[in-house]
Design a binder for this molecule. Structure first.
Ligand SMILES: Nc1ncnc2c1ncn2[C@@H]1O[C@H](COP(=O)(O)OP(=O)(O)OP(=O)(O)O)[C@@H](O)[C@H]1O
Ligand SMILES: [Mg+2]
Length: 543
């Protein structure tokens, strides 16, 4: 998997500007030749190669597949729509392949009176976004980013995909592109940089001009019409649309077709993928330790439980398809997280989310497109689909091994088979026997003997670890509260003493308390610890 900064060339050469049928494919070809394949994406079993050739088959071999028809119908470049609305709209109209006049009238800035020849829309600042991004947005606002004169903006090629983007990204300096020339992607999003490349496509970090929030926009690498790739693309969209929202599944917002490529707008996960996190730790000579592995296992099991209970299976669970969201302190006590509270993952610093639903299929009537061969359960290779959800459990077991320090997994050969015969690699850390045997169960050669995702969510070992974490979090919070109370008691005592002293005039009392950043002690309904900022200003040992 390749991550990193979007090179100047890449950004410059992307051609999203056409939404007509007759858009040239040359940009796509350039695109494809520029892409370096991820190590994960090039590992396939011979069987998968067979599937691959099926995918790359000519249109005539798939003349009337429903998916093909659906794809054609998706070729709209209209106002923002869900796939469902796209489909229903397309059923009503035959004019879908014509350049869309409605798109020309899309105006998001509100900063100036939109005209037909207005430049690219700028980006709105969302006051409700988390601090980091808001700060960046406000800085930009101060710099006059959202001015009427978009040609004052900085160079688009200055954008990178680095973490500093959140703090310092600059908007694009567009040549005098008229809004009427913009694709939906361009008119609705400001691209900040490329964040990853996979088998299916490239993923870009973008800010949506209208709501000012970050999104991960995935664009298929190859033109889809006429190839079986459209089946994969649509699978991902269908799965997302059916799945709805879950804290451990990457959230889907929208999808549309543009210039014969599928574009999917997903939640942006600021911690990147688990694969990135493992690589980063490896470089530092570190590993995911047992409590972290348990947390990972519990959280991904929750996501899988949700997917499986919806009658679907993922079939491509692996570190590069598990995404990380760093939890902001402000979120930890928020409402609307009851599901997480129930599951016990509220106390964790990171949220793991299952993404990349391109291989999802129904467990009852499966159409299997195997994922990465390194994570493939042997029964799937044998085309035994009777316990498909357990194939996800198997892949999760291997994912845990990798995070726990196992050497790289084989994509075929003797070693591949040994792993599927309960012969696990030696890890570079010692795990407790209980956890070791749980991992062994995940990788059981007999799929029906592997625990289900639901059983894993209830597993005492994982629940205990999660309870320990909650207890430690609560202990920390209790200590902070104790410290605050102690400070308030001290202030109260000092105030009482000062009040009792006959020499001290009232105004000096006021001065004394304001010097402490405090307030006069009140009789009545003082809420202890309410003014947290004041108490914390004395400095809290250990925090
Ligand atoms: N929502 C997201 N938030 C942050 N980064 C993302 C997101 N989606 C994808 N990425 C980045 O882009 C890379 C490729 O994404 P994704 O897995 O969706 O594409 P893919 O083409 O299906 O890849 P593969 O076939 O290798 O699984 C990921 O490994 C990750 O680094
Ligand atoms: Mg992927």
């Amino acid at each position: 998997m390749a991550t990193g900064r979007a090179s100047d060339n890449t950004v410059q050469e992307l051609d999203f500007s056409s939404c007509g049928e007759d858009g040239s494919d040359s940009s796509s070809d350039d695109w494809e030749t520029r892409i370096t394949r991820s190590p994960e994406s090039i590992c396939r079993t011979p069987k998968i190669s067979r599937h691959r050739s099926r995918r790359d088959a000519t249109p005539s071999e798939f003349p009337t597949t429903p998916l093909r028809c659906a794809w054609k119908k998706l070729r709209l470049c209209d106002s923002p729509s869900t796939p469902k609305s796209l489909l229903s709209k397309s059923a009503l109209s035959n004019s879908v392949s014509k350049p869309c006049s409605s798109q020309r009238s899309l105006h998001f800035t509100g900063a100036s009176e939109p005209t037909r020849h207005s430049p690219a829309p700028s980006v709105n600042v969302n006051p409700f976004t988390p601090n980091t991004f808001r700060k960046a947005s406000e800085t930009l606002k101060r710099k006059g980013w959202r001015s009427d004169e978009d040609d004052q903006l900085g160079d688009k090629e200055d954008h990178t995909s680095s973490d500093e983007d959140d703090e310092t990204f600059l908007p694009s300096k567009r040549p005098a592109v008229q809004a009427s020339m913009l694709s939906r992607y361009e008119s609705e999003f400001l691209e900040l940089g490329r964040i990853g490349i996979g088998e299916f496509g490239a993923v870009y970090k973008c800010v949506k001009r209208l709501d000012g929030c970050l999104y991960a926009i995935k664009r298929s690498r190859r033109p889809l019409a006429g190839s079986a790739n459209e089946q994969l693309a649509l699978k991902e969209v269908y799965a997302h649309a059916v799945l709805g929202h879950h804290p451990h599944v990457v959230r889907y917002y929208s999808a549309w077709a543009e210039d014969d490529h599928m574009i999917i707008q997903n939640e942006y996960c600021d911690g990147g993928s688990l694969h990135d996190a493992i690589t980063k730790k490896e470089k530092l000579g570190a590993l995911f330790l047992e409590p972290e592995l348990m947390d990972l296992l519990l959280q991904v099991s929750m996501g899988l439980k949700y997917i499986h209970s919806s009658g679907l299976v993922h079939l491509d669970i692996k570190p590069s398809n598990i995404f990380i969201c760093q939890r902001l302190p402000a979120n930890t006590g928020g409402e609307g997280e009851s599901e997480e509270e129930e599951d016990g993952s509220l106390s964790t610093a990171v949220l793991y989310k299952i993404g990349d639903l391109g291989h999802v299929t129904s467990s009852s009537s499966p159409q299997v497109e195997e994922g990465d061969s390194r994570f493939l359960a042997s029964e799937v290779l044998r085309e035994d689909y009777t316990h498909l959800p357990k194939a996800d459990i198997f892949a999760l077991g291997l994912t845990l091994l990798l995070a726990g320090g196992a050497p790289p997994l084989p994509s075929n050969g003797e070693e591949w088979h040994r792993l599927r015969q309960a012969q696990l690699p030696v890890l570079s850390q010692k795990l407790s026997p209980a956890f070791q045997s749980l991992i062994q169960m995940l990788l059981h050669p007999e799929p029906h003997l592997r625990p289900s995702a639901s059983a894993l969510c209830r597993h005492p070992l994982l629940r205990r670890e999660s309870a320990k974490k909650i207890a430690s979090q609560l202990r920390k919070e209790l200590n902070v509260e104790k410290f605050r109370t102690a400070m308030l008691e001290r202030e109260l005592k000092e105030a009482r003493m000062a009040a009792l002293s006959p020499q001290q005039p009232f105004h000096s009392l006021v001065q004394q308390f304001s010097a402490h950043g405090g307030s006069l002690p009140r009789t009545g309904n003082r809420v202890v610890g309410k003014n947290a900022a004041r108490s914390m200003s004395f400095g809290c040992p250990g925090y």
